[in-house]
Design a protein around this ligand. Structure first.
Ligand SMILES: Nc1ncnc2c1ncn2[C@@H]1O[C@H](COP(=O)(O)OP(=O)(O)OP(=O)(O)O)[C@@H](O)[C@H]1O
Length: 223
């Protein structure tokens, strides 16, 4: 039987105003793997992530298939794709506590006790026990980044997309946050697609990682 777990992209093309951004892309990111997506500015790295998570502006034309754990998601609403995404900006709501921000990642039907438990467990996993009532403005950049990541993970996505999530952090916070993200996704067996300008982000991951450049590949991109 063919293994379709994780993220599969087949012959994906994205065009805007009749111009194709990158050559047709085929890729399989298996559970626990990290694929670093690189390429020149404007080649379409962020657009690729938007096409996968379902938030692409209607001005883009998309062809090809996107599968999450074997399910075709092209045409499926973003909130039903089981795809989590994290940006350079953590996008925490400034008027809410850390706990309430994290609550946004949870299904609305959960009981209050279950919500509290899942939020507490998530904070403990990130070494941030007791941070529930903190104001996000009082956190360091690295702590905010971890909260943003936990919020994405609390929705229990099947795939995690990362759009330069480390680049706004100082070198030490960057390194710690990177380690947190890669350890957490490995433990959960999540496939990760990481847009980055620094392929050093995935060094030390060994067999778990690959680098995919969207530049100058005229005969199609395969990962
Ligand atoms: N809403 C839009 N309407 C039309 N064109 C757009 C729109 N958003 C992005 N583009 C164009 O699509 C192309 C790909 O943009 P994208 O942001 O995906 O590139 P990128 O590789 O992520 O770049 P960077 O490394 O600078 O972040 C660019 O040429 C950009 O100008």
């Amino acid at each position: 039987m063919i293994d379709e777990s994780g993220l599969i992209i087949r012959d994906l093309s994205v065009s805007v105003s009749g111009a194709r951004l990158f050559p047709p892309l085929s890729l399989h990111v298996r559970p626990g793997e990290v694929v670093a997506v690189t390429g020149r500015s404007g080649v379409g790295k962020s657009t690729l992530l938007s096409a996968i998570c379902g938030t692409l502006d209607p001005c883009f034309d998309v062809s090809g298939d996107i599968l999450v754990d074997g399910r075709v998601v092209r045409g499926v609403a973003a909130e039903s794709r089981h795809v989590g995404i994290l940006f350079q900006d953590d996008l925490l709501f400034p008027h809410m506590t850390v706990g309430d921000n994290l609550g946004f990642g949870l299904p609305p039907k959960l009981s209050r006790v279950e919500r509290r438990t899942r939020i507490g467990d998530a904070l403990a996993e990130a070494g941030l026990e007791g941070f529930e009532s903190r104001d996000p403005a009082t956190l360091s950049g690295g702590q905010r980044a971890r909260i943003g990541c936990l919020r994405a993970l609390l929705a229990r996505p099947s795939v995690l997309l990362l759009d330069e999530p480390f680049s706004a952090l100082d070198p030490e916070s960057r390194s710690r946050f990177r380690q947190f993200v890669f350890q957490t996704t490995e433990r959960r067996g999540l496939p990760v697609l990481l847009v980055t300008h620094d392929v050093g982000d995935v060094e030390n991951l060994g067999d778990r990682s690959r680098v995919l450049s969207l530049d100058v590949l005229e005969n199609g991109v395969s990962g």
